[in-house]
Design a protein. Sequence first.
Length: 237
Amino acid sequence: MAAAAKPPRVVLLDIEGTVCPISFVKDVLFPYALEALPQTLATSWDSPDFAPYRDAFPPEHASSPEALAAHVRELMSRDEKVSYLKSLQGYLWEAGYASGALSAPLFADVAPAIAAWAAAGDTRVAIYSSGSVAAQRLLFRHTNAAPQRDLTPLLSGFFDTVNAGPKTDPASYRRIAATFPDVPLDEWLFLSDNVKEVEAAKAAGMQSFVVERPGNAELAPEARRAHRVVTSFEGLY
């Protein structure tokens, strides 16, 4: 396994296919949101608690529960990553996590690595995902890790496409790095299963490895030649 060129002072983690299986989002979280949506709309449409999520939708889709539900189904069928949909999904998932119906299945090496990085004192850990910051916090608050299921106290930052920008744009990584002004870009390590994201992080000046996990798409031979590929967070540096 390749080691980082320089021990990073900030480890920036992707979520899907990097810290937990891709199937958790596509096969568990997305179906849960669709299943919970009709009852939520029927009972909470006019509630002050739900209003901000409803009103974030374009007016033509927020005109009735039926219109909103149809628009959500359409967006999710196309795997659209618009911010108002992500916010609503986070709202729906919050109830599932709170009830115990949802729990994030982290790969076995993830929680020990995050704990070790945090315990080292000079290495911070942050998250960068296309899912909303609220959804990220929920996921890391309700994991399958033991003995500490809530990993959010060990994390130093949460970034999404709203507060950082697109994950394939090098400017997004520079924007994230600017929030830790004491850490040079070459002392960041970004870990992701997505080759284009890794390329963007490297173009910004970060170290970045491709993470290969069970269930991920097969990496092309040229990607293996161009990038360091790791299968675990153990022994990265």
